[in-house]
Design a protein around this ligand. Structure first.
Ligand code: DUC
Ligand code: ZN
Ligand code: ZN
Ligand code: ZN
Length: 487
């Protein structure tokens, strides 16, 4: 037969529209799209279902090693490995309709990055998901920026990630500018965690001095203004240097407005948000006992009025990517939320929540099913735009001849109550437990192989491929600086 697989009878949904057609797959790629394709070794019936490009999650923390990290306390650095392995993350991603991720290579302060890349690459290749990397820069020494970064770029690592908060990850302005300049020289995107380290530090000490230590004070330690300030600064310095950036996990309109203003000036800045910023609230961190720790992530969840403003910023296009920022810490256990004790003050509780599997269902349900966005917009936010911005398009994020056959068969009417078991991750809870969604993945196909069907994931560990990224236009400098100097 002409094709290995024919997907028949579905409504094919891309960023361009929704059309009734069949898809022919050959050698792991999409080979044909036509009204009727029958000449295939295997036929998959997609009647009544949407056929979407596989989800691309451009921001997740998987099997990341750290030496000190995602808390505001600066104790002895300890080397730990993130609980979510590439195998468990792949299972969770496939369960939720995601087929590719961009995750992180760490940099431990005082160390280089090449060895960490070699280690992360090996880890990535044990999984089933296709993966690319952002290189975290926490210590931009000349050796790292002038010798190691060019080597990484040659390997296909095309983005540098910086934190403006967290001890020991945060960069000061001079260090951030160094990273921007290196990225500009080598054709990389810079992705930025925007919160003001010193402001959070001052707030944290003041809260602790006042005995305000419960998980809910995490939100008090980092109000919206600290996110807005860092977002403004990150953009201003990127504009000065003429280096494209993406602002990670925008949680509030205040920060999004900074992005919108810069975009209106023509600055190459993009904004990402996450499901938690349209579902969770600061009140969730005020749950009885230590339960609030389950919702602790940074930036902190805001309130329901803010959720509506985030949707508006999505509709305006200011925020054009929804990633999960999957960064799971179990509730129990010595790597978990309670690792510093059940009475630990908030600054000792690791920041981050799991969300790989929940991302598509939440955005489809809250977005499409509730009439806030179109199906096309959903595909853009969760697959096409992340693929474009990360330089993976049209291999990923597209349904067109030549693209990888990464597809999700999606039942737009299926009602599901989210439970932790459905997430199929290594984390012992989900912050979305009990959330009712309409719309659910029925089957996930990765490079022409059915890797999930009716919730059952079947894929061979070690089949996930590294996605090297070449130069691409979106991250080219504009050739414009505020006063012409350095352009
Ligand atoms: N935010 C989190 O919540 N966790 C890890 C990193 C981050 O920026
Ligand atoms: Zn520091
Ligand atoms: Zn972050
Ligand atoms: Zn993150």
């Amino acid at each position: 037969s002409t094709y290995d697989i024919a997907i028949r009878g579905g409504q094919v949904a891309t960023s361009f529209g929704v059309t009734r057609c069949d898809i022919g797959i050959k050698d792991g790629r999409i080979a044909a799209i036509a009204e009727s394709i029958t000449d295939a070794a295997q036929v998959i019936d997609a009647g009544g279902l949407l056929v979407l490009p596989g989800g691309v999650d451009s921001h997740c923390h998987i099997e990341e090693t750290s030496r000190g990290g995602y808390t505001m306390s600066d104790g002895e650095p300890q080397i730990t490995v993130n609980e979510e392995s590439f195998v468990t993350a792949s299972t969770s991603a496939f369960a939720g309709g995601t087929t590719s991720v961009v995750c992180f290579i760490p940099q431990w302060k005082g160390f280089g990055v090449w060895e960490r890349y070699v280690d992360a690459r090996k880890r990535g290749e044990t999984g089933m998901l296709d993966f690319a990397f952002h290189q975290i820069i926490s210590d931009p020494t000349d050796v790292v920026m002038k010798q190691e970064v060019p080597k990484l770029v040659a390997e296909g690592v095309r983005s540098l990630k910086v934190f403006l908060t967290y001890e020991p990850l945060h960069l000061g302005d001079a260090e951030y500018i160094k990273v921007l300049l290196a990225a500009r020289e080598h054709g990389c995107l810079v992705t930025v965690h925007c919160e003001n380290f010193d402001a959070i530090g001052w707030r944290t000490r003041a809260l602790l001095d006042a005995g305000m230590t419960a998980p809910k004070y995490h939100a008090w330690s980092r109000p919206r203004v600290v996110e807005r300030e860092a977002t403004h600064r990150a953009i201003a310095l990127a504009e000065l240097v003429d280096q494209p950036i993406q602002v990670f996990h925008v949680s509030c309109e205040d920060a999004a407005e900074e992005i919108a203003r810069a975009q209106a000036r023509g600055v190459k800045v993009w904004g990402e948000t996450c499901p938690q910023y349209v579902t969770l609230t600061a009140a969730d961190m005020d749950r009885a006992g230590f339960e609030g720790a389950k919702f602790m992530c940074s930036p902190a969840p805001r309130d329901t009025a803010e959720h509506a403003r985030i949707w508006e910023m999505i509709r305006r296009g200011t925020l054009d990517i929804v990633s999960s920022d999957h960064c799971g810490f179990s509730y129990e256990g010595d790597k978990g939320k309670g690792s510093a004790g059940r009475d630990a003050s908030f600054e000792k509780i690791p920041n981050g929540i799991p969300g790989l599997a929940a991302r598509l269902p939440i955005i489809f349900s809250e977005g499409v099913s509730k009439g806030r966005i179109s199906i096309e917009k959903f595909v853009e936010l969760t697959s096409t735009n992340p693929a474009r911005l990360m330089g993976l398009y049209p291999k990923k994020g597209a349904i067109q001849p030549g693209a990888d056959a990464d597809l999700v068969l999606w039942d737009p009417a299926k009602k599901v109550t989210i439970t932790n078991a459905l997430m199929q991750h290594a984390i012992d809870y989900t912050p979305y437990e009990g959330l009712e969604v309409t719309g659910w993945p029925i089957s996930t196909i990765r490079r022409g192989e059915v890797v999930m069907r009716d919730g059952k994931v079947q894929a061979e560990p070690g089949t996930g491929r590294f996605l090297p990224r070449g130069p691409y236009d979106m991250v080219k400098p504009r050739g414009i600086t505020p006063d012409g100097f350095g352009a």
